[in-house]
Design a protein around this ligand. Structure first.
Ligand code: MN
Length: 475
């Protein structure tokens, strides 16, 4: 993409403003804003965001004022620069949050709420952080560690929340290298050895798969995926350091044309190799909260290797790697407009958390009480997997209740709940669901939704459906 006149002008303004300043690497300061510009362009961000990225350090570090920026580049750019400045200087946003939420020390949550108004501020901040990480070696060791740790705790999870897979992996691995260099080297070595030892059988699997797909006339691309160092580190911690329990050390990605082919591909793979029980995940029918879609299955190959397959379409693949960033501008407009009108029922599920964040930020500003524990749960929850009586797997945030489950199945089911059986026994609507529960929802045609149900729901999806029905009934 060629620079627009506005973008060229912003570069000139930033260059003049940062004149005579240098980075710790010894380079002229302008190198940094230009690198941020490039990252934002790669992510496919809109013009205003790119301009704000070029100017993001000017208000804090130069004589340029917000008013200057507003005059030259308009309200939106000024708003975005102001947001980024607030985040990095004196942590103004954070300090405000301290007075709102003295009881939480959760940096992640506080950052999110400080950001509530326009998530593009966050995207600029992520680009800024990424470039700073790439050039971290120029800083003294204590600062390196501090920045790297903060990135692992706050920014990499945020990237995940936006389904920006490539960014998450790069940030996490760059940071982990500084946080625990010895461990990093050890694991990097381990992965390399493992891949080497597996390369022959991987080649054979690729051949077998290719042949089978060609026979069925399915167009496909195959690629191996190397597990990132940091995600292996985290998985090993979860599995008592037992590498034999890590089933996705070898993973193959199968990219096909459409959703029908995804399921066909899954069937072919299962006819070639033995699938492992409980390791089939349908994130196409039920996307992850961040919008990620794929079919996952783990199989045991003919030479007794454990291999994970991830099957998805091109669009799903693009979205898994780049996330909301690319399509963000349009989505954000929609979110904001609907939010202002008080309408949230038509949002794609994977954007609901943004709306929720905005509403929370607004409430806090008005001095209203917020149940931040519930918010936290929705934003960062780990998942539990529960089953329908027929054996379908439903993934829900930890802490979900039977009504969350019911609305997840279908709003027609949710609206008519009269009771619930968990693992074959009658239970009640306040009972938190646990990993592996078999949940049977009992319904009656005559039942209507109750406003008291709002207290028996934790997922935004269910809340949205229920609110919608309650409002409709009022009319
Ligand atoms: Mn910066």
């Amino acid at each position: 993409m060629k620079d627009t006149d506005r973008i060229k002008h912003a570069v000139e303004v930033a260059r003049a403003a940062h004149e005579g300043q240098f980075r710790k690497t010894g380079e002229p300061y302008i190198v940094h804003p230009l690198a941020v510009k490039k990252i934002l362009e790669e992510w496919g961000m809109d013009e205003d965001t790119i301009i704000a990225g070029i100017l993001h350090d000017t208000v804090e570090d130069t004589n340029l004022t917000l008013n200057d920026i507003k005059k030259e580049f308009g309200e939106t750019v000024a708003f975005l620069v102001d947001g980024v400045t607030k985040l990095s200087t004196a942590r103004t946003g954070m300090r405000d949050i301290d007075t709102y939420l003295p009881e939480t020390r959760d940096n992640f949550l506080r950052l999110m709420i400080a950001l509530g108004d326009d998530i593009r501020v966050l995207i600029i901040k992520l680009a800024d952080r990424l470039h700073n990480l790439r050039t971290l070696s120029a800083l003294p060791p204590d600062k390196q560690k501090k920045i790297a740790k903060e990135t692992l705790e706050v920014f990499a999870p945020l990237a995940d929340r936006l389904n920006m897979g490539l960014l998450r992996v790069e940030m996490a691995d760059l940071s982990f290298k500084y946080v625990d260099p010895k461990r990093y080297d050890y694991l990097e070595d381990l992965i390399e050895k493992y891949n080497k030892s597996a390369s022959k059988s991987l080649k054979r699997i690729e051949d077998e798969i290719s042949e089978a797909f060609k026979k069925e006339k399915i167009k496909f691309e195959l690629s191996g995926r190397v597990k990132s160092v940091y995600s292996l580190h985290k998985k090993l911690a979860k599995h008592n350091q037992n590498i034999n329990e890590i089933y996705d050390l070898i993973a193959l990605r199968v990219i096909v044309e459409d959703i029908t082919d995804c399921y066909l591909a899954l069937g072919i793979i299962h006819s070639l190799y033995t699938p492992m029980g409980g390791r089939i995940k349908d994130y196409i029918a039920m996307p992850k909260q961040n919008g990620y879609q794929s079919l996952h299955t783990t199989v045991i190959t003919k030479d007794k290797r454990v291999v994970e397959f991830q099957i998805r379409t091109k669009e799903m693949h693009e979205y898994a790697e780049r996330g909301l960033a690319a399509s963000f501008y349009y989505n954000e407009q929609k979110v904001t407009e609907n939010y202002k009108k008080g309408k949230i029922e038509h949002l794609p599920t994977n954007l609901l958390w943004i709306t929720e964040l905005q509403m929370t930020a607004a409430k806090l500003r008005e001095g209203k009480k917020v149940d931040y524990k519930k918010l936290k749960l929705n934003l960062f929850a780990d998942k539990i997997f529960v089953y329908t009586p027929k054996g379908d797997i439903i993934d829900l945030p930890v802490g979900s209740l039977p009504l969350d489950f019911a609305y997840r199945l279908h709003s027609e089911i949710g609206d008519h709940v009269i009771g619930v059986k968990i693992n074959g026994k009658m239970s009640n609507l306040n009972k938190k669901l646990e990993q592996g529960d078999i949940v049977e929802i009992l319904t009656s045609k005559n039942q209507t939704p109750k406003s008291s149900w709002l207290d028996k729901i934790i997922t935004p999806h269910a809340r949205q459906k229920l609110m919608h029905r309650l409002n409709a009934n009022k009319k």
